[in-house]
Design a protein around this ligand. Structure first.
Ligand SMILES: [Zn+2]
Length: 428
């Protein structure tokens, strides 16, 4: 999914433009996004079956007009057939294939053309360089799959050792320590496990070299970010991405999640697909407007977020966003219809003595089971931890809810390796 000469050449060619983009004014960034959207829409309407309808025959006169077009979900794409979203006749050398990890139960084979991938690669380099990372820092990247070696790594830059996320906490810890990393990258759930398994002496050893932690792919709540920053003693920078549109936003040194406005157009919408005002929570809708192989126009990612007004201490004029709560479908429904999102359970797990992690499952009949991973170091018994968790949950939701507790030794990871904290099969 990365590497390859065609992409490398484009990454380098795009780098100067990508590097300058955050310094452009908000108005210019928006104008450029509008031009990018219009170029993509013209291509889509002319070449791609799914966009042959008259509603797509538009030059937009403002980015806001994008909201007049229909929303698209993964289900819609699968039902209509993925081929109808692809540019026909594209030689296989001109695109790369990504398969979504299927956290929502359905896999989607997404195509990204070399141009779109190259521009994205340049924005990833921008993310690293703006974060304060130095290109010679050793990286321990905890990942479920091995990663291909990139062209710049052959030059000795961004030296990375991949540590398999599927191993035991002990094995992960030993391999990370052996790297003597300046940067550790991984999912929050795995990084929390790493923190728990470090002895005080090992923690000291790790901190001698460690300068930064980067998290990805899973909701990082403020509490978890704080826990990781305290535990590792270094800044923790998050990013937000999806296979369908690649990176949406990444965190700067000033702590803001900046949207890649020069590659994707992000909308935060209400239940009717209409934009909500800045600062108001809604659903994430993304259009990767540089994509030509398989453009997904107004693609609903299923996450909840707010857009924040422009302006950041780091000097970037790229828009800022903040994820809240978790994926739109990561919730359980209480009697009376109230939804409780994964962020609530993550916080509960963190602040309840004796609890390291939790996973919540709701069955078709609505019964809720909480799988608790005990925090052995806290010296609190399982029954005691359960009672406290139950009490705090009752306080939070303020309504009687029947919970069943089960003891487990680790959070189930999805095929993509993320922690899947909340899952509900309950429709009502
Ligand atoms: Zn910033």
């Amino acid at each position: 999914m990365s590497g390859g000469l065609a992409v490398a050449v484009r990454e380098l060619a795009r780098l100067p433009e990508v590097w300058r983009a955050p310094k452009k004014s908000s108005a210019e960034l928006e104008q450029r996004a509008l031009a990018g959207l219009n170029a993509m829409l013209a291509h889509c309407h002319q070449h791609i079956q799914a966009y042959a309808g008259p509603e797509y025959k538009v030059p937009l006169s403002s980015v806001g007009e994008l909201a007049a077009l229909p929303l698209l979900t993964k289900r819609d794409v699968l039902d209509a057939g993925v081929d109808s979203f692809r540019t026909p006749g594209l030689p296989s050398s001109q695109y790369r294939v990504d398969v979504t990890s299927g956290t929502t139960g359905t896999k989607l084979e997404v195509w990204h053309d070399a141009d779109a991938y190259g521009y994205h690669g340049a924005t990833v380099l921008r993310r690293f360089l703006l974060s304060g990372y130095r290109p010679w820092w050793r990286i321990a990247h905890i990942k479920p799959f091995p990663r291909p070696v990139r062209w710049f790594q052959r030059l000795g830059l961004f030296p990375r050792t991949v540590v398999g996320a599927g191993q035991s906490d002990e094995e992960i810890k030993n391999q990370v320590l052996a790297v003597r990393p300046q940067l550790i990258m991984g999912y929050p759930v795995v990084l929390r496990g790493l923190l728990r398994s470090l002895t005080p002496a090992e923690s000291v050893r790790l901190k001698r070299t460690l300068r930064m932690v980067m998290t990805d792919s899973e909701l990082l709540t403020d509490e978890v970010a704080e826990l990781l920053a305290d535990g590792f003693g270094v800044p923790v920078l998050d990013e937000y991405s999806a296979y369908e549109v690649l990176t949406v936003s990444s965190q700067c040194r000033a702590g803001a999640m900046h949207v890649d406005d020069d590659r994707v157009w992000l909308e935060i919408v209400d239940a009717d697909g209409q934009a909500v005002p800045d600062g108001t929570e809604g659903s994430v809708v993304v259009t990767h407007y540089r994509e030509r192989a398989m453009p997904l126009i107004r693609y609903a990612l299923g996450d909840r977020a707010v857009l924040l007004p422009p302006g950041c201490a780091c000097g970037s004029n790229l828009r800022r966003m903040k994820l809240v709560d978790g994926r739109t479908n990561d919730f359980v429904v209480l009697p009376g219809g109230r939804r409780v999102y994964s962020g609530v359970f993550l916080s509960l797990a963190m602040f309840t003595p004796g609890v390291a992690e939790c996973m919540v499952r709701q069955d078709e009949a609505g019964a809720i089971t909480v799988h608790l991973v005990p925090d052995v170091a806290a010296g609190v018994g399982f029954e005691e931890a359960v009672a406290e968790f139950r009490r705090r949950f009752g306080e939070l939701v303020d309504t009687p809810v029947e919970l069943t507790f089960v003891q487990t030794d680790r959070v189930a990871l999805t095929p993509g390796g993320k922690g899947r904290f909340v899952e509900s099969a309950y429709g009502g």
